[in-house]
Design a protein around this ligand. Sequence first.
Ligand code: M6R
Length: 608
Amino acid sequence: MCGIVGYTGRANAAPILLDGLKKLEYRGYDSAGVAVINDKKLFVSKTAGRISALCEKTDNGENLPGFTGIGHTRWATHGAPTDINAHPHTSNDGKFAVVHNGIIENYMSLKEELVKKGYEFESQTDTEVIVHLLEMYYTGDVKIALLKTAARLSGSYALGVICSDYSEKVFAVREASPLIIGLGVGENYFASDVTALVQHTKNVIYMDDGDFAEITPDDVKIFDFAGKPKNKPVNRIEWDIRAAEKDGYDHFMLKEIMEQPRAVRDTLSPRIKDDRVCFDEINLTDEDINKINRIVITACGSAYYAGCAGKYTLEKLTGIPVITELASELRYSQPLIDDRTLVIVLSQSGETADTIAAMKECKKRGAKVLSVVNVVGSTVAKLADYVIYTWAGPEIAVATTKGYTTQVTVLYLLALYIADRSGRITPSDYAETLASIQKIPQLIRQALSMNSAIPTLAKKYHIHNSMFFIGRNTDYAVALEGALKMKEISYIHAEAYAAGELKHGTIALIDDYQPVVALCCNKAIMEKTISNIIEVKARGAQVLALAEKDSSKIVTIADDIIFMPEMDDYLAAPVEIVPLQLLAYYMAKENGCDIDKPKNLAKSVTVE
Ligand code: M6R
């Protein structure tokens, strides 16, 4: 959840570190800090609040001279977001500074041991044990001290370390938290995410769990935890810095909503050749496919809701039962998973702790895991048996938009692919479905342009503090994601309900002016949803309906209507969600919320 950066080179480190932290701020934004080495001494500046507060405090890094340093932006786990709990943490002898992303699970027993030995703690963080362990094990060789320290830690950690005895070195260690090294000329970097590196270099090394790096301006040496040197490939980042900038939009979220036609097209086009779906990147044999008797989709948050939307299409086209399970639940649920189960894991970041744990549980039970991931080289991608990348490009806003739409689109393609490979679809249905899938980018574009009224609707509805989102079947799946978008960025309580369930209890909450967003895009069951709209209207609700252009019946019942282009019932989710993303965005704007960095959230949830 936190972001870490490191630099060593011939320029002043602090401004570069601050710049990197700004790019990583979406990972956590309650406090921040940097440490540099100057004249064989450490200088640290940290503060509660945003990176902007740290920039102010350090005069944009100008009052912290030094060519080597580390930085951190925090999402608090252990201890409140205060100046003292902010990273970097320093050793009592003032030689070491450490930044950490992850959680040290055994920090209490380590702290007890270190306190007994006389080390003084100043923060409430789990991280501080690391820096005191380093001091304890240090006899002049940081590598030895770090490897001994790593051997004592349980949990997850990406660490950046500097030591005042080594003015030109930063050290980085990875165990179950993301870490990437950036290779420059006469300067080198590390960061939690490529977004902090891409303005400096496109050449990166992805660290694996159990990797330790010793980085100087002209060299990067990588070792395993036994101290054995490792040769690792240099990868090239394909996108440029503009992809991680707002590009004239007020917020990253709006930019990312608008990018969806492109993101979905880029995700689709490499997988469609000569009117066939081809996933060159996965080597599922006919035997593998014919063996599948159950598909389990697991993920968290919006990625889970993408799975809920994809489930209908997968079941319809493949005839294979699909179970969707929240990753945080699956791992503790003794899941019925074996070697005939295909597990599909969805994750934008590829670093979500619960998703990774669920994935490991499924693999332990013999299942093959296919991951759908947006971040190349991420942990989910590395752990999976098969990887399909969503080519959405970097997603910076904490609320996912293009991550979700590209995930659902991949599930549609996959449904068609499996149906075809297992002989469960006729050639004409195959051609028709593929043609419909190919239309999705264009339909999203239409959905974006058909909804110029949404800012006005937001002005009408933003005053309410609670909303219901109702729908049936595929509409219900989209309602789940629509309600999450509303909650997380506008802070309006929003609840998604299967429309038919309202009368089993929740309708008791409907009274005058209660806003109900009714999703009526699934034509096969639209009449049923209309009955539910009539029921809530009879109790005073204000209904904002989502329906295809010529659904004349709804026009007469709903108070407001958002029109959608004509869509296939089973391929509608990536289009249908678009106005709901926009509605959440404009409601949040009306409410004066910090749209890209909602309170209490972080983009990459690397803690359980
Ligand atoms: O990176 P992931 O897709 O694994 O993230 C899963 C969820 O944490 C994420 O979708 C979260 O729900 C977003 N804030 C939703 O906008």
